[in-house]
Ligand binder design. Structure first.
Ligand SMILES: [Zn+2]
Length: 130
């Protein structure tokens, strides 16, 4: 594990996803639920990806999940892990696994959300072993 910190590029929120980053700035993870069909989704969209309804609503997520798959980027100045994490609520997020030994990451490992500062933008949700 490197003591060096990786600079995380700032996300460029669109109006559609701004509430997600406003919540992240307060340390809260939001996902979207469709009021028409009841399905949850991520990445947040204005139209439900299942039934195309525009009745999508924000809801808080627990911030707990498990690693579905991951890949460690080593040929960069500060190695890091990209992963798909399946939240308790059932949606899968592309994210980073942070604050841990990259060699100890395992598929199926329980993780919890942490919010990491970015380079001049809102914090972004990432995950660390629970
Ligand atoms: Zn729907």
């Amino acid at each position: 594990m490197s003591a060096q910190q990786r600079t995380i590029p700032a996300p460029q929120p669109t109006p559609e996803i701004q509430p997600f980053f406003d919540a992240a700035a307060q340390g809260r993870l939001l996902i979207k639920k469709c009021a028409a069909c009841g399905e949850l989704h991520h990445y947040p969209r204005a139209l439900c990806p299942f039934c195309f309804s525009d009745r999508t609503e924000w809801m808080p997520a627990s911030g707990r999940g498990t690693i579905y798959s991951y890949s460690v980027m080593r040929r960069v100045p500060v190695p890091f892990a990209i992963a798909y994490v399946t939240l308790e609520e059932g949606v899968t997020m592309m994210t980073n696994i942070v604050d841990c030994d990259l060699d100890a990451i395992r598929i199926g490992q329980p993780v919890k959300v942490v919010f990491k500062p970015t380079d001049g933008g809102p914090p972004v949700p990432m995950f660390t072993p629970a």
